[in-house]
Ligand binder design. Structure first.
Ligand code: NAP
Length: 524
């Protein structure tokens, strides 16, 4: 299936005279074709179609929505190797990584299909009437969750499949009953184009209203801004830079009707190496750390960008092991020239900082836009005086914080911004100190790990990929896992409704699946 270069507005393909091109970050070769640039007219059409589709799509039974998600997964797989090759050309990510990411993408769609069939996502609660209650009778109260309306999803540069056109936010919104308009990332429009072809085919096969899915490409800020400001749009999912996320939050808040923006932005994912763990396995931890730091050229939002430990010979062993391992890692091409230059600037800023010491660099290389790993250290007391050293450097750069004592360790953690993850390396001997740190880590992060590495995010029911600002703009939610459906739902309570007027799942004796009845949990 060739890359079309079109805009996908429902079932219509639109070509514009204004186009943009992308180049391979690895070779600089200009890739064909040119991509139509969406303007205000296309924003209007896509949003109107999504709004029209919403009224039908939201009423669709969960089984039909589940079949749609499964059909979308099948259609993505049917794109075959062409999808992987195009994504590789546009992002320089290895084919093996992209193969895994495609599996994750279709796995997410299928997981949400299973979730829809479970029924628990509707959050049904029934408080039956108590006509004899004194002093006042209690009315019959029935709650279910309904979809918010059309959702705009911003594809992320670092996950061209799993956080892009048919990625986590799209799967969650479609599962919830919300039509989706994707603002494709300008770095991988061909990948987006192919996935959009699969999505529109799935809409057609399932005979859904065409506005359930649209993809608009473009390379100007006006496109994203126009979509977020459109009155038919009721929520936004975003993964990218802090500046981009905050700009969209501002637009959303300044609308006559403000809407939620779930923006995942910046996180340095602190890793705390406790004394027992360092004494037992400093070298092994050093190697594991570098593998996590350099995975995907460090272009993961969960990249371990900060390591904290108490000073001593065991920390030096860890540093020696990590430095040696980093020196063996060849640099690789980063996602875009812009991301590469931002990385270089971040590394240079740290290298030139008066309180920061450069410990090691990755191996040298000659490829285009290659990100070379970097490892730095700083004393904890200096982090407290120079908090700018903890700003995210997107790529394989990490800062080791040497703490003189437990108080410095705790103070440094306390001064960190919100994070997607926080990790402890520990042994049984470290449990007392770990429990003293845990309340701070819980307040700071969406996911707390023991003896692991934050990269590699499982797509499951208990996963939280979120966290306090600036990790995200709304810490009450996750962008990975089935809990993400909650982002695009809101509760409605029906009081004293005649049975015939109630939504089907709330009718007398019709409720199936997990729900709460008079406060008690029921599974049937
Ligand atoms: P980005 O610049 O924030 O762009 C993400 C998406 O938002 C793109 O579609 C972009 O449009 C759009 N956008 C950005 N600013 C906007 C604005 N002011 N108004 C309207 N739309 C806007 O992120 P990126 O290109 O993926 O990478 C740049 C930096 O983001 C990286 O160096 C890194 O620091 C950070 N990043 C973080 C994560 C994470 O998970 N935390 C992931 C990826 C990147 P265009 O396509 O037209 O540019």
């Amino acid at each position: 299936m060739p890359v079309s270069g079109d805009l996908f507005i429902g079932s219509q393909r639109v070509k514009k005279s204004e186009t943009f091109f992308v180049s391979s970050p690895a070779t600089g070769e200009k890739l064909q074709p040119g991509f139509s640039v969406a303007g205000p007219e296309e924003i209007e059409r896509a949003c109107n179609l999504a709004w029209t589709a919403f009224h039908t799509y939201r009423e669709l039974d969960p089984e039909s929505r589940a079949r749609f998600l499964e059909t979308a997964a099948d259609q993505i797989m049917a794109l075959g190797d062409e999808l992987l090759e195009r994504a590789h050309a546009e992002t320089a990510l290895p084919i093996a990584r992209l193969t895994g990411e495609r599996a994750r993408t279709v796995g997410q769609l299928r997981l949400f299909a299973t979730e829809l069939r479970n029924g628990g996502w509707m959050g049904i609660r029934i408080d039956p009437a108590m006509p004899d209650r004194k002093p006042l009778p209690r009315p019959d109260l029935r709650l279910r969750k309904i979809p918010l309306g059309p959702v705009v999803v911003f594809g992320a540069s670092n996950f061209p499949l799993a956080f892009s056109v048919a990625g986590g936010d799209t799967a969650a919104a479609l599962a919830a009953g919300c039509p989706v308009i994707v603002k494709g990332h300008s770095a991988h429009p061909g990948t987006s184009d192919l996935v959009a072809q699969a999505m529109t085919e799935a809409v057609k096969i399932c005979k859904l209203p065409e506005g359930v899915f649209s993809l608009l490409n473009g390379n100007s800020r006006a496109l994203g801004a126009g979509l977020v400001a459109h009155p038919h749009v009721k929520a936004v999912g975003f993964t990218g830079s802090r500046a981009g996320g905050l700009a969209l939050v501002k637009i959303a808040n300044e609308r006559p009707e403000p809407i939620p923006v779930y923006a995942e932005m910046s996180s340095i994912n602190p890793v705390v190496l406790l004394p027992g763990a360092l004494a037992a396995r400093a070298e092994e931890i050093g190697k594991g750390f570098v593998a996590s730091l350099t995975m995907g050229v460090g272009q993961f939002c969960t990249n371990p960008g900060l390591v904290l430990a108490l000073e001593g010979p065991d920390l030096e062993k860890f540093i020696a092991s990590a430095s040696a391992a980093l020196g063996q890692v060849a640099p690789a091409t980063m996602l875009t020239p812009g991301i590469h230059s931002a990385y270089e600037q971040g590394v240079e800023k740290l290298a030139n900082h008066s309180r920061v010491k450069l410990l090691a660099r990755g191996a040298e290389g000659t490829g285009m836009h290659c990100g070379r790993g970097a490892l730095f250290s700083i004393a904890a007391e200096d982090v407290l005086k120079h908090p700018e050293v903890t700003e995210e450097v997107f790529g394989a750069s990490s800062l080791i914080v040497r703490c003189a004592n437990e108080k410095e360790l705790l103070d440094t953690l306390e001064h960190l911004e919100g994070q997607l993850t926080a990790t402890l390396h520990l042994t049984d001997a470290d449990l007392p100190l770990a429990s003293r740190l845990l309340p701070t880590l819980e307040r700071k992060a969406g996911r707390v790990l023991a003896n692991g590495w934050p990269t590699g995010v499982e797509v499951t029911h208990a996963m939280v990929h979120g966290g306090p600002f600036p990790a995200t703009s709304d810490s009450r939610s996750t962008s990975v896992g089935t809990l993400a459906i909650e982002r695009f739902l809101r509760p409605v309570c029906y009081q004293d409704f005649p049975d015939a007027l109630l939504p089907a799942p709330l009718r007398q004796d019709a409720t199936k699946g997990p729900h709460r009845y008079d406060g008690a949990y029921r599974t049937e």
